[in-house]
Ligand binder design. Structure first.
Ligand code: PMT
Length: 413
């Protein structure tokens, strides 16, 4: 949250200026007190009235004359807890990198000791031009937080890298920059997606997990200020602020997880329980008789995390088809702090959809069914619970949960 924090939003002139209105809205929704400074060219793209209506404050667009203050840039620069320039055009980046103070926006930045976050937006050629690369590097060396642009449609029908980051990503960067967020200082590991166990170079044993649930959790943890590592098999995008480790098999996922030392582990991946003992080095040819594929169990990643000493707070997932009886058994025996069960046969729940209906199961067998909701909302509620558990355990360092007194993980799966 940004409750009471003072944010100067600088808007320079690009078509992405319309997104700055959403950004102003998101910042105010997070509790920030927002003042907007625009450049002359920004006003060609979006009117001051829009920002004034969203923030409740007049926009500052000129250094002289238009404001009641004799020195609006120094007043604003001193007032700010953070300055965010979005969109930052190539020209604005160049001015900022040079330390020029030619207009209200650049003068405010120069007259401030507040941290600066910039979200560049421009055509691909401009973003990739050596001069822009130099300016961005220069700004980063000066401690400026650059929220890199993404790929997508640009002005004039072009497509490529240069599209301003989404307002949510910029808000997350602002929150991280000024040390906000209830999970600040907490490291969170999230696994996501379904593993693929090779049969030969062409075929694999897999499952229907898209990674949507795990990615939603990782993004929400990031938004709350956590230091997030996402171990994923999915091709879904993720915010630049998190550490992403791309894997394919259960063994790769286990190795990646072993390299982390999180305070909280949320294991939402659908890990194969069995894999072929050997993967054929070449494509298995079609023959009259179908080949026999011998399977062996995969490593139980969750059991490995639970067995750590000190152990992190562990949230397991359980994909069930029908009754949740087996999930209750898992919650009691796997040594987790809580288990998130979903019936993947239910409409709107489980694999690949944007919604989920989950039941929270505690290690003592208590259950709490949640209604059908977007996976982003499941992620938010789940992290509320994680925060509560962390609060309860704070003071004792790493988590020692009631689950540790229960039976050690058994066959569980
Ligand atoms: O990715 P989506 O398309 O959004 O779908 C979301 C989901 C359905 C995959 C997700 O909500 C979910 O249920 N994830 C867990 C799937 C699963 O593998 O459940 P399980 O009951 O087989 O495993 C129990 C727990 O043990 C899970 O936390 C799993 O990550 C873990 N496990 C399982 C096997 C294994 N070898 N190692 C593990 O760590």
């Amino acid at each position: 949250m940004l409750a009471g924090r003072r944010v100067v939003l600088g808007v320079s002139g690009g078509v992405a200026a319309y997104k700055a209105a959403y950004l102003a809205r998101r910042l105010t929704e997070r509790g920030a007190d927002v003042r907007v400074v625009t450049t002359e060219s920004a006003r060609e793209f979006i009117g001051d009235q829009t920002f004034a209506a969203i923030t409740g404050h007049p926009v500052i667009g000129h250094l002289f004359g238009a404001s009641t203050s004799v020195s609006p840039h120094t007043e604003l620069g001193r007032w700010a807890d953070v300055i965010v320039v979005a969109p930052a055009t190539a020209a604005t980046l160049a001015r900022l990198a040079q330390g020029l103070s030619e207009d209200a926006l650049t003068a405010t930045v120069l007259a401030s000791r507040a941290p600066l976050v910039v979200a560049p937006a421009m055509h691909t050629e401009m973003w990739e031009h050596p001069a822009t690369r130099r300016n961005v590097e220069r700004l980063e060396r000066d401690g400026v937080v650059v929220v890199p642009p993404g790929e997508g449609p640009l002005a004039g029908g072009d497509v490529g890298v240069g599209r301003m980051a989404e307002p949510e990503e910029i808000v997350a960067a602002v929150e991280r920059t000024i040390g906000e967020g209830p999970l600040q200082g907490v490291s969170v590991l999230v696994t996501a997606g379904g593993t693929r166990e090779p049969i030969d170079p062409v075929r694999f044993l897999g499952n229907r997990s898209s990674g949507k649930m795990g990615h939603a959790i990782a993004e929400e943890a990031l938004r709350r200020g956590a230091d997030v590592t996402l171990v994923t098999t999915s091709a879904l995008p993720s915010s630049p602020g998190l550490t992403r480790i791309q894997v394919e098999t259960a063994a790769e996922m286990e190795q990646a997880v072993e390299r982390t030392d999180p305070d909280v582990a949320i294991l939402a991946a659908a890990v194969a329980d069995f894999r072929p003992v050997t993967a054929a080095p070449e494509k298995i040819a079609r023959t009259a008789e179908a080949p026999r594929i011998e399977l062996e169990p995969t490593p139980d990643i969750l059991a490995g995390v639970v067995a750590r000493r000190p152990r992190p707070l562990v949230v397991g997932f359980a994909a069930e088809t029908g009754s949740l009886e087996r999930a209750v058994r898992k919650a009691k025996t796997k040594g987790v702090d809580l288990l998130v069960a979903n019936d993947v046969t239910e409409e709107g729940a489980g694999f690949a959809v944007d919604t989920n209906r989950v039941t929270i199961i505690w290690p003592d067998g208590r259950t709490d069914p949640w209604p059908l909701m977007p996976k982003s909302a499941v992620a938010a509620r789940l992290l509320d619970l994680v925060e509560e558990l962390l609060d309860r355990e704070s003071g004792s360092g790493r988590v020692s949960s009631p689950a540790e007194d229960l039976e050690r993980p058994g066959d569980g799966r």
